[in-house]
Design a protein around this ligand. Sequence first.
Ligand code: KG4
Ligand code: ZN
Length: 342
Amino acid sequence: MLVLGIESSCDETAAAVVEDGTRVLSSEVASQAAVHRPYGGVVPELACRNHVRAIVPVVRAALENAGLGDRAPDAVAATQGPGLVGALLVGFSFAKSYAHAKGIPWAGVNHLMGHIHAVFLAPDPPEFPFTALVASGGHTAVYTVVSHLETRCLGQTLDDAAGEAYDKVAKVLGLGYPGGQVIDTLARQGDPGKIPFPRIWLDRDAYDFSFSGIKTAVARHVARNPDTFREETADIAAGFQAAVVEVLAEKTVRAARETGTGRIVLVGGVAANSGLRAAVAARGERMGIRVWAPPVALCGDNAAMIAAAGYHRLAAGERDGLALDVFSKIPDKGVAGLGGRM
Ligand code: KG4
Ligand code: ZN
């Protein structure tokens, strides 16, 4: 089955064609990072306007670059939420219209289920069940993934997402937006022990996270050292990254051990982080837990992952009607999985 995937939940307009949830025939991503950079974060109104401008050319490029010949997509999948409502509506409405005009089925996809499905676009994917850490600019949560359609949330951030903390710290240090990659690169040149930042464990036995305190600790350090912090940017980046990575890695590995899945999948923009990948791999190896992470290009927002997740809903016979709406937040972590409709 050929699925046209569409993603517009935040500041990337993306379209992709994926065969049977595994083979990426094309994947186009139009990033709005340059638009939002002067503001140090995503401005929802600007995001919506730029999605409207980008959606048609991006979908056209995905269809052209897929090399479909005589074939055409059999179905459409689009991100339903969570995300910015106005931004979501652009891709979602386009997907409905396209499917309706072509007379093909379509399905709404939970963005986080999409992130998880990035791992199935790489060779040698994991078997079920596995423990997934989804860490991005908008979300940080640990799931037990039972099947392509069923997840259970074990814990999530109670305030900032991990990527959000990276972006806010980058802003404080004057490193631009988004900040994850630049801090990751700087951290490799710094000494993680020079400026010790706190590890926020919350309840040690729970799988919830909190990243607003570490962000504040960095801001306070910078405010106290206005004349010298620029000379120690690499050490600050290294100290901050070590604190974030230690908590993410420790809780994720413990989740895989305590739930008995024995497998870990790292996804979302922050899964591109070299320190996180290394820390989870090292801890996993010590405990006999195997670790997967998609190629870096598939960690951030893209539509191939949405097509892959949508494929499994469609292949299971699930169909969405044209009246389906987008949603901005997942209602309740305990009740709502990421699978079918919200
Ligand atoms: O998944 P994503 O593209 O969008 C959301 O769904 O939020 O994630 C974007 C986030 C940004 O906060 C960005 O700073 C972060 O992922 N990020 C990183 C790295 N690359 C991107 N964070 C840490 N280390 C990286 N190498
Ligand atoms: Zn995302």
